[in-house]
Write a protein of this length. Structure first.
Length: 518
């Protein structure tokens, strides 16, 4: 079986996750479900990034030890992923003993090789990002990543010799055009960071101690990014007595990250891997952010939307649909309560839910619930309808394969709309009234067949809804496969449910906007 390794970033334990942070993991989970449906053996990794000054400060503020704090946060994260039915295979925590040991070993290895050297650092430091910047990297004198004030700091420190690898990295980018997606992220890295001259990276800190200590010089704590990035390897048992998962799954097939951490994943991470003589991931997918109309989601603006708020009222699938439908690969997506309710009512209740319900009731009314056999004769409308559907199915598949989930869903919805239109075109109620039985059979058969295909394609995105839909039209579990999109002859004489169960209940807009107000 072909293997597939997907990673999400490991999250900072700084508080509850909002819908923006949840996006990366929902996307990874969707890809996992899709790949599994295509027959892959998939390993999906997520977890928590538990060290660093920021974590220590948050714990202190709450009167807890850092360990108590990260334990609570790890539980919080896993509870949320359980609620969201995220099928990760391992939840990595960077306080895991074996991770700490491996990071120490890697550090010593880099020291021995001369990739890490000791020096002293004076620079402009952004506390929240735990990153030093040069004067030229600042934007309006502030941190280029988060926009906050930076402070001048001096400390004895170890450095990673990034300069040594700069040309090798550029060459790698050139020779592997699929490595970074989307393309503009690569250009950004080259023009903003690599071409102006890659600075060596300070990889230790002495100003706090919540981190992994340098084995040979324990007053230094290893920089949180060197620690955190390594989790993608340690999770698989890299450098451990049992490294079978590592042997099986590395290199990762896709690593998904948000735009704010692109630089760490597109520059430092590949360089660390080169220094370890390890193959690089096949692809790093960088997505944009979920924004609010008034800008970033943040505690200080009081505009945070938590996934629980949406899931508890609209269900998991509606929440996932909304997040995935937002176009986040090449641009930021704007969340608004109006847009959420509108999509819920129009896309899910009207387009999808009504289609399924109307069709099921017609199968019951005209054929006592048994999908009719049809003689294969197609008129122009049927031919056009089949062709449209098959072309669009291919398009959806291409888009998913290219990780463009938002457009994939958009195209899938054109099939749903087209299927609704087919009802109006064929007017089964008139065919029944006029006794045109063969045409009526053809219409109902085509409708059920399209709903079946829609159901199969929905499995990776909205698994429960898809399974519910397929159950209602009588498609057995063992025939719910991607291959069945191409070839399926199981429809003959299957029985649909007697009374269709609504997939989504229509909502009153005003009431929902009241509920969704922060
Ligand atoms: O970056 N919309 O953790 P994190 C979309 N610990 N995605 C968003 C978002 C938004 N509004 N806000 C955050 C870290 N994210 C590091 C990773 S990996 C070795 C270390 C995304 O908790 C963000 O871009 O700050 C990132 O991909 C993920 O949420 C976790 O962010």
């Amino acid at each position: 079986m072909k293997k597939y390794y997907i990673t999400t970033p490991i999250y900072y334990p700084s508080g509850k996750f909002h819908i923006g942070t949840a996006y990366t993991t929902v996307l990874a989970d969707t890809l996992k479900r899709y790949k599994q449906l295509r027959g892959y053996d998939v390993f999906m990794l997520t977890g928590l990034d538990e060290h660093g000054q920021k974590v220590q400060a948050v714990a202190e503020k709450q009167g807890k030890t850092p360990q108590e704090h990260v334990d609570e946060m790890a539980q919080m994260a896993q509870d949320l992923w359980a609620l969201m039915d995220i099928k990760y295979d391992h939840f990595m925590r960077t306080t895991a003993k074996w991770h700490e040991e491996t990071v120490q070993k890697i550090f010593e290895y880099f020291l021995e090789k001369g990739d890490i050297y000791k020096g002293s650092y004076e620079g402009l430091y952004c506390m929240p990002c735990e990153t030093y910047f040069t004067e030229t990297q600042l934007v309006d004198g502030k941190c280029p990543d988060c926009g906050r004030e930076v402070k001048l700091l001096k400390e004895e420190a170890y450095f990673f010799n990034m300069k040594k690898y700069a040309d090798k990295l550029l060459k790698y980018y050139e020779e592997h055009p699929d490595f970074i997606q989307p393309e503009n992220r690569k250009t950004e890295m080259i023009n903003n960071f690599i071409k102006p001259g890659l600075e060596d990276l300070c990889v230790t800190r002495t100003s706090f101690d919540w981190g992994i200590k340098v084995k040979s010089d324990p007053k230094h704590v290893i920089y949180v990014w060197l620690d955190a990035l390594t989790n993608y390897l340690t999770a698989l048992g890299y450098m451990q007595p049992d490294d079978s998962l590592f042997k099986k799954y590395w290199p990762a097939d896709i690593q998904i990250v948000g735009k704010d951490i692109a630089r760490f994943h597109l520059i430092y991470w590949p360089i660390f891997l080169m220094a370890l003589d390890l193959p690089l991931p096949k692809k790093i997918l960088v997505h944009n952010w979920v924004m609010m109309k008034d800008g970033k989601m943040s505690k200080s603006f009081g505009n945070i939307v938590y996934p629980e708020k949406l899931i508890n009222r609209y269900g998991l699938d509606a929440t996932k649909y909304y997040l995935l439908r937002m176009s986040l690969i090449s641009q930021d997506g704007i969340y608004s309560p109006e847009d959420f309710v509108e999509r819920y009512n129009s896309d899910l209740c009207n387009d999808l839910g009504n289609l399924v319900n109307r069709t099921i009731s017609m199968v019951n009314k005209y054929f006592s619930g048994i999908v009719p056999e049809y003689n294969g004769m197609k008129n122009e409308v049927d031919k056009e309808f089949e062709e449209f559907t098959n072309n669009k199915l291919k398009r959806v598949e291409q888009l998913i394969e290219n990780f463009d989930i938002s457009n994939g869903l958009q195209e899938l919805w054109t099939i749903i709309s087209r299927t609704n239109k087919y009802i109006d075109e064929t007017r089964p109620w008139e065919l029944s009234k006029n006794g045109e039985t063969e045409k009526l059979k053809s219409s109902i058969y085509h409708l059920i067949e399209n709903i079946r295909k829609i159901g199969i394609m929905l499995i990776p995105f909205m698994t429960d809804t898809a399974k519910n839909l397929l159950r209602q039209i009588g498609v057995p579990e063992n025939l719910q496969t991607w291959e069945s999109l191409e070839k399926y002859d199981g429809l003959k004489n299957i029985k649909v449910i007697e009374k269709g169960e609504p997939l989504f209940m229509r909502k009153d807009i005003e009431e929902e906007l009241e509920y969704l107000k922060n």
